[in-house]
Each structure stands twice: as structure tokens, then as C-alpha cells.
Design a protein around this ligand. Structure first.
Ligand code: GLY
Length: 377
């Protein structure tokens, strides 16, 4: 059975198709949606090796003229240099305005391929076929595309909505365990920010989710996509409500930056960041549900995610002072993308299913929130 979720964006509306084995149906789903020209599938070399033939076969058997280009796996490929190589590939394969690009892979592939599609010939049709949990529940939906630059992560990009998102949860079986668990942080996020029922469901299914029970995972993906689709429909260009999706992210980005993107997977940093955001909510007197933090902690634990940032000293020196680390991390927040008029904005929980955006002027409060989830080694 195929589950569909509609992203309502007027003439740019599209459907998210979710079903075990959906990859085999990609050609049949896309055939009526694409302009009819050649399709370029973009994926990293690992995904191409694992699943590339199946996707190309499914496209070709529906009569779609499809070719594939790969790039080296890893965040460093999300660059203008890599995008330029792919634009050259577009030229080599004669992708014109009747053509299309498919981003096939995790967040890096989707963001990079989407940006390539957004700019090539000033925009060609684009499709997302995500292969990681994080991409299925978050980055493949909503049209954010882009690359990293010397100016920072995710600062260069374009909104370019896909014509369709095709999700085959069976592909998650081959995913690295740590990466899979990191994706569960975003699933938890949706329960906290928007849907108390989904949070309670996760509490009853955490074991099955952590061990990737197929039906449980498919349900979690569908509900997450439904929530993400609501935010995107409400606020496509993130002028307001969509920013709520950044719950835990301002803290998480500071942790990622401070550890030079080498210690945490994005979801892991976001998980710790959600704890810090709940702490900040309590300090500000905004959080009205004392239980929320405990429930969040318990699910993070059951998903096998880290609960604290360990402030490690150098091999030669003593362990770092957590208060000093918190001060440095709070400093990073004023440089985060969500900063307006130099005041950091945080997504703060009010109660399960409700969050607010708050500017926090007092750096001591932010430091204290960081400190609440920092341990010294
Ligand atoms: N990942 C957050 C958003 O798409 O808005």
C-alpha cells in the first residue's frame, strides 16, 4: 500500500509517496509528472553502488531516458566546486528545459542536486528520492536546496520545490546504525513541537523504532512528512512558523561548529540542543509542562542518542571547564543563521505540541542553558 502526503503550495503543490518498495515504482510515478526530456540522477558513489541500478531500471522501464552522475560521499561534496562539476555533467548529458534532475541519497545529495536543478537553465524540474531517515523526514521535503561555502554552512542556496518526493522505507535497512538513530532526533522533534499524539505513539513504539521495525518506521516517516508538509504549506519561505522546525537547532549548530563538524552527526547535536532548549524554556518561565523535559530525555535515551555534550580537554591538559565551554558556545549563537538584529532567536517549548520563537537578550540565560547539558570528562 502506498501512503501519500500532499504538500499544498498552489501551482507548486506536490505529493510525497511513501511505500516499501516504492523505488521500483519511481518510473511509473514520475512519467506523468516530468516534462519528458532526459533525466539526470545525482547520487553519491555509495548510494549509486547500493541502489543505483534499481532506480535507473525503474525509470527506464517506464520509458524515461535516465542517466546517472555520482560524486564522492560526504559533506565536503556540498560545495560550489561540486555543483559546477554537476552543471558540466548537465551540459555533457544535454539536460535542457524539458529535462529533470533527481536527487537520490541523503541530505547532501538532496541539497546539492536540488541546487544544481534550481540553477541549471535557471531552474529545471527536480525530484527527491531520499535514502536516509533524516532526508526522508526532513531535508527532502520543503524545497530548501544549497551548498556550503567559506562563509558558513547552508548559507548559499535557493528554494526549489521538487515535483515529487518518493520514499522507500526499505532502503533504511542498509543504513548505518548511528546515522539512522540520529534521524530519530528529528522524528522526536515533530512530536514535541506539533503533535502530542505522535509523541505518545513514539513512547509506545520507541523499541520498534530503534530496531527499525518496517511498519513502525513507515508510520513514523508518514506522520513526520505530514507535519513537515503543514509547516511548508503554511510558510514556504520561512518568514514565520517554519522556523519552529529549528527546535534544538540553534544550540545544535553551535555544538557542531565548536566541534568542527567532526564529533556529532547533525541529529545527535540537535538532540542535545533540544534538551538545552527545554532548559531555556524553564528558565524563561515559558515552559508550562515540567514533564516535557523528562519525556524528551527518555526518548533520546531509548533512541540511543547522546544526552550531554562532553567538554573534553586536550590530551596533554586537564578537562575543559564546562562553564567556559558554555560561554564559547553561547558566543556562536550570535552568528547563527537564525539571528536577527544580532539577537539570537530560540525555539522554546511551551508544552507538548506547542513552541514559540523568542529572542533572548541575556547571554547568561543562554550560557546556563548550554551548561545544563554539558559534562566534563
Ligand atoms: N529543515 C528545516 C526546514 O526545512 O525548514
Amino acid at each position: 500500500m502506498i501512503t501519500t502526503v500532499q504538500v499544498e503550495l498552489g501551482p507548486r503543490s506536490y505529493t510525497i509517496h511513501i511505500a516499501p518498495g516504492a523505488i521500483e515504482r519511481t518510473g511509473a510515478i514520475l512519467q506523468p509528472l516530468l516534462p519528458g526530456g532526459r533525466v539526470l540522477v545525482i547520487s553519491d558513489a555509495t548510494v549509486a553502488k547500493l541502489h543505483g541500478k534499481r532506480l535507473l531500471g525503474a525509470l527506464q522501464s517506464a520509458g524515461i531516458d535516465a542517466v546517472q552522475e555520482t560524486f564522492p560521499a560526504g559533506e565536503s561534496s556540498k560545495s560550489l566546486t561540486q555543483a559546477d562539476s554537476l552543471w558540466q555533467a548537465c551540459a555533457k548529458h544535454r539536460i535542457d528545459r524539458s529535462g529533470a534532475v533527481i536527487g537520490f541519497g541523503g541530505g547532501v545529495s538532496g541539497d546539492l542536486a536540488g541546487y544544481v536543478a534550481a540553477c541549471w537553465m535557471r531552474g529545471v524540474a527536480f525530484v527527491q528520492v531520499p535514502t536516509t531517515l533524516l532526508a526522508m523526514v526532513d531535508s527532502a521535503v520543503g524545497g530548501k536546496t544549497g551548498v556550503n561555502s567559506a562563509a558558513g554552512k547552508n548559507l548559499v542556496g535557493a528554494f526549489h520545490q521538487p515535483r515529487a518526493v518518493i520514499i522507500d522505507p526499505d532502503l533504511l535497512r542498509s543504513m548505518d546504525d548511528r546515522e539512522y538513530r540520529a534521524g530519530l532526533a528529528e522524528v522526536l522533534k515533530y512530536g514535541i513541537i506539533r503533535d502530542p499524539e505522535f509523541l505518545a505513539w513514539q513512547e509506545s513504539k520507541a523499541g520498534a523504532l530503534a530496531t527499525r521495525d518496517a511498519a513502525t518506521v513507515a508510520h513514523a516517516v508518514a506522520v513526520s512528512c505530514r507535519i513537515k508538509a503543514q509547516y511548508v504549506a503554511e510558510d514556504e519561505f520561512e518568514h514565520g512558523a517554519r522556523a519552529q522546525l529549528n527546535y534544538g537547532h540553534t544550540f545544535g549548530h553551535a555544538l557542531e561548529r565548536e566541534t568542527r563538524y567532526t564529533t556529532y552527526l547533525h541529529g545527535e547535536a540537535v538532540g542535545i540542543g533540544m534538551r538545552m532548549a527545554a532548559d531555556l524554556g524553564a528558565r524563561l518561565g515559558v515552559l508550562t509542562e515540567p514533564d516535557l523535559g523528562k519525556r524528551q530525555d527518555e526518548l533520546l535515551r531509548r533512541y540511543g542518542l547522546p544526552l550531554v555534550h562532553v567538554a573534553a580537554g586536550s590530551a596533554a591538559g586537564p578537562a575543559a571547564d564546562p562553564a567556559a565551554v558554555a560561554r564559547v558556545l553561547a558566543g556562536h549563537c550570535s552568528l547563527d543563521k537564525k539571528v536577527r538584529k544580532s539577537r539570537a532567536r530560540f525555539v522554546i517549548p511551551v508544552k507538548t505540541g506547542e513552541v514559540v520563537l523568542r529572542e533572548v537578550a541575556d547571554p547568561a540565560l543562554v550560557e546556563a542553558a548550554f551548561l545544563s547539558a554539558i559534562a566534563s570528562r
